[in-house]
Design a protein around this ligand. Structure first.
Ligand code: GLP
Length: 242
């Protein structure tokens, strides 16, 4: 499903609607959200914070799982994804902080951290709604081009393009790690519903390749074409309408 809206704020409202749906449903298990970082979901997170504050949207009893994390940043580093999600979203909600999980990028053995995260997801899953952004090269999470569709949470190495794209978040770009922990395409595909949000002209080529190019590991987001309930929420610029 492809939804094209006027601007990033409208996209944020659409993503927030999908989250509210999950929170409203009584499935007999905790509502389980998959959270992405990057700038694309920020309007959605701002909208969720607003709905919690002004409309009483409650996250009590919900759980959340982050998609990915940098390796080797010290605990509490402002750009670690755990910190970003805390600052932008979960600190402003009534979700139990202990129910917000991220791959642990501070562990001495990152492969073990990846395996532990997979085990936790398997025990708590499936994710009811996975929110995704998309990289300019079509990556999802930190699954760069070439990532096997069957791969699961693991250590991965960033391309120079992604490092250059993400350098803007760091005071000292050289501090941006080369290695990360990321859920794999196979992990992501287990979510019951996926909403990918892409805004701005810079995402146009990646979105076009995702929607109408061949399904290929060269464009990791094309794996989503085989998902039974995946929505792309695009602004006009990302959709190529202006
Ligand atoms: C990072 C994240 C991705 C995100 C991508 C796009 O690499 N690991 O999950 O989708 O950036 O970021 P932005 O939304 O800032 O363009």
């Amino acid at each position: 499903e492809i939804v094209v809206l006027d601007d990033p704020r409208a996209c944020g409202r659409a993503v927030a609607d999908a989250v509210a749906d999950v929170l409203a449903r009584d499935t007999g298990r905790p509502p389980t959200l998959g959270l992405a970082t990057g700038s694309s979901p920020l309007p959605a997170y701002a909208e969720l914070v607003r709905r919690h504050r002004d409309e009483g949207l409650s996250f009590a009893g919900a759980r959340a799982f982050l998609l990915d994390e940098y390796l080797g940043l010290p605990a509490g580093h402002p750009q670690s994804y755990r910190e970003v999600i805390r600052r932008e979203l979960t600190d402003h909600l009534d979700i139990d902080p202990a129910a917000v999980h991220a791959p642990d990028g501070t562990r001495a053995d990152p492969a073990e951290a990846a395996a532990d995260y997979e085990r936790l997801l398997a025990a708590c899953g499936p994710v009811d709604l996975q929110i995704l952004g998309i990289g300019g090269n079509g990556h999802i999470g930190f699954n760069e081009p070439g990532s096997a569709f069957g791969s699961r949470t693991r250590v991965a190495t960033l391309t120079e393009r992604t490092r250059a794209d993400n350098a803007r978040f760091f005071d000292r770009p050289a501090d941006l790690p080369h290695r990360v922990l990321t859920q794999g395409p196979a992990t992501i595909m287990e979510a019951r519903r996926i909403v990918l949000v892409a805004t701005g002209e810079g995402k146009r080529a990646a979105v076009a390749a995702t929607v109408s190019g061949p399904v290929t590991t060269d464009v990791p987001a094309t794996v989503l074409r085989d998902h039974p309930h995946c929505t792309l929420v695009l602004d006009r610029a990302a959709a190529g309408e202006r």
